[in-house]
Design a protein around this ligand. Structure first.
Ligand SMILES: C[S@@+](CC[C@H](N)C(=O)[O-])C[C@H]1O[C@@H](n2cnc3c(N)ncnc32)[C@H](O)[C@@H]1O
Length: 477
């Protein structure tokens, strides 16, 4: 098993100053309005947010009063922080003391404590502002915390990430007009784990601002992030959407109603024109289906089944959809059915290839009714006998698309394939242009190096929609 770093286990990637300042700006924590307002970072780490907040508080306070004893009292009454990590709390207090020293303050009794935010607390309903960068920890790395997590409604959809629960904790901490500003993974826009939270945020009209950082990497990890600003008791029903071009450039993009960006239970962000096209594609209902998009073979041991070998019978040509390259594959099937091993053994080359590998092959998580010498899953096997097109599901530009025609008898693995009666030229026109890349980028499934991925359903939706449009156009001519 790959070793997990302590960052992964505790979700401990501290926030850079330019992000802290952006969140402070977006939540409106500024001016004299900050005075006597309760603010908390409920996973404060070494205090990236609290240090900036305290700095603002001191500046604003000292504009109208020079009583540093009173300032100390207010700082301990209105600035709050908790973190589960005792050492981080020590560092945070040290950093806060350094900050106030610049304003001539000696001792502040900080309300900054080592405690677990998952366990209900005294701050519920009291905060004017909740700011932070909650921990990102996948549920399978959560250990004993899982029992506390299950108590939260935002964890309803099973497989979750700790930051999703921190949205609920943060909202619980807000008072009736409170504002929350977090940087978190943007995965909650479309993940199953974020489904309940998305509907809660929309149904309660809480989403005030979104900054989608898209491929912009803030942390030393492959984490795609967004800044979310939530507000209780909003009078408006719209959400402002921004992009972060680079560290210094926050660009206002558009203002949306929920129905513009909340499409088929997911969140999507772009300009209004692109979003409405996306909505038309994702909600398109076709009378007759012209395209079937499926996953290629899952041998669960490509090294064994696929290679440059050719054993004659029981070997077929295959296309690796992710690269478009052609190889040979052991294919122990006839008319879609696994042949008995005794029949396979009649081929001495194949017998030699299997020899000594039974143990290794049996260890794969083979599907029910599968056998040790067959593929791990049955997907893609029946369609070997049909003509189809393989396609890679990791793209950045139109030139990355590898659409390969696979004749009857050719298998596909490591990617998707399309079954259709549409002409090859039509398929190429629909997929190898800018429209398709724009659509895929809007789905927001980011991969490193500026790439995007997509599912079989998302590809099918696109094809059915574009094909219907072509037909309407052709019939109108
Ligand atoms: C991503 S770091 C952010 C720290 C800080 N807010 C910042 O922005 O630099 C997340 C923090 O959450 C803390 N943490 C993890 N689980 C926690 C819990 N159950 N309660 C409180 N803090 C927790 C970690 O110790 C870590 O300091």
């Amino acid at each position: 098993m790959k070793e997990l770093t302590s960052e992964k286990l505790n979700g401990r990637f501290y926030t850079p100053e330019f992000i802290v300042n952006r969140i402070i700006e977006l939540t409106g924590y500024n001016g004299q309005g900050v005075l006597k307002k309760h603010i908390i970072d409920n996973s404060c780490g070494d205090g990236a947010f609290l240090v900036a907040v305290v700095d603002i508080y001191c500046k604003e306070f000292l504009k109208h009063c020079t009583d540093t004893a009173l300032l100390s009292e207010e700082l301990s009454a209105y600035i709050h922080g908790i973190d589960i990590d005792k050492a981080a709390i020590g560092k945070c207090i040290e950093n806060l003391n350094k900050t106030v020293k610049r304003y001539g303050l000696k001792c502040v009794e900080w309300d900054v404590n080592c405690s677990d935010a998952l366990i209900g607390c005294k701050y519920y309903g009291k905060m004017d502002f909740v700011l932070g960068n909650p921990p990102y920890v996948r549920v399978h790395n959560l250990g004993s915390a899982i029992d506390n997590i299950k108590k939260f409604s935002f964890a309803k959809n099973g497989m979750t990430d700790l930051f999703i629960v921190f949205f609920e904790i943060g909202l619980k901490m807000l008072n009736e007009n409170g504002v929350l500003g977090y940087i978190t993974p943007s995965s909650f826009f479309n993940s199953l784990a974020g489904r309940y939270m998305r509907s809660y945020l929309v149904n309660n009209n809480l989403i005030d601002k979104i900054v989608d950082l898209k491929h912009f990497q803030v942390f030393d990890a492959t984490t795609y992030t967004a800044i979310t600003v939530l507000k209780n008791n909003r009078t408006k029903i719209t959400t402002e959407y921004f992009r972060l071009e680079d560290k210094n450039n926050l660009v206002y993009e558009d203002t949306f109603k929920a129905e513009d960006f909340y499409i088929c239970d997911n969140f999507y962000f772009s300009d209004k024109k692109r979003l409405s096209e996306l909505k038309r594609i994702l909600t398109f209902k076709t009378g007759k289906e012209y395209f079937f998009v499926k996953n290629g073979f899952a041998t669960l041991d490509d090294k064994f089944f696929i290679g440059d070998f050719d054993f004659g019978e029981f070997t077929i040509p295959v296309v690796k959809a992710s690269t478009g390259k052609r190889y040979k594959c052991i294919f122990p099937y006839k008319e879609g059915k696994l042949v008995p091993y005794s029949e396979l053994e009649n081929n001495s080359d194949i017998k030699k290839h299997y020899a000594g590998n039974k143990g290794k092959l049996s260890k794969r998580s083979i599907e029910k009714n599968g056998k040790w010498y067959g593929f791990g899953r049955s997907q893609g096997i029946n369609d070997v006998y049909k003509c189809k097109y393989s396609i890679n599901a990791l793209i950045k530009t139109p030139s990355d698309i590898k659409l390969i025609k696979c004749d009857k008898g050719v298998g596909v693995y490591s990617g998707l394939y399309i079954l259709t009666e549409a002409r090859e030229s039509e398929l190429r026109e629909m997929l190898c242009g800018d429209d398709f890349i724009t659509y895929i980028s809007l789905l927001g499934k980011y991969k490193s190096g500026g790439y995007y991925t997509f599912s079989s359903k998302e590809l099918k939706n696109y094809l059915e929609y574009k094909y219907a449009q072509r037909k309407v156009f052709e019939n109108g001519q």
